[in-house]
Design a protein around this ligand. Structure first.
Ligand SMILES: [Zn+2]
Length: 95
């Protein structure tokens, strides 16, 4: 699933089948091989895209909404972890 393509914006963000968001050939990363930026949660990619905006790059207006909308789908394991209460609480002390 692609969130931003070079045609409409200066960045190209996809959801990788490897389970992370990927900023393809990221222009913020100074790498001859055209390395991209990997984000392992939605907020991380949002922060990254804001860095692009700050650098004056064009990003799709609705990209943040789109990312947040798909957050649960893109990172199901993370979200279940976040919403689950901490593991078995210690038994109450009896005196
Ligand atoms: Zn980037």
């Amino acid at each position: 699933m692609a969130y931003a393509r070079f045609l409409k914006s200066d960045i190209y963000v996809i959801m990788s089948s490897g389970g992370f968001l990927y900023c393809v050939t990221c222009s913020l990363i100074d790498d001859m091989n055209g390395a991209g930026y990997s984000a392992h949660n939605t907020q991380d990619m949002i922060d990254h895209i804001k860095q692009h905006e700050n650098a004056g790059h064009r990003v799709p207006e609705n990209i943040y909404e789109e990312l947040l909308k798909d957050d649960a789908e893109n990172f199901p394991n993370q979200n279940t972890q976040n919403t689950q209460p901490s593991p078995t609480p210690p038994p109450p002390l009896t005196e």
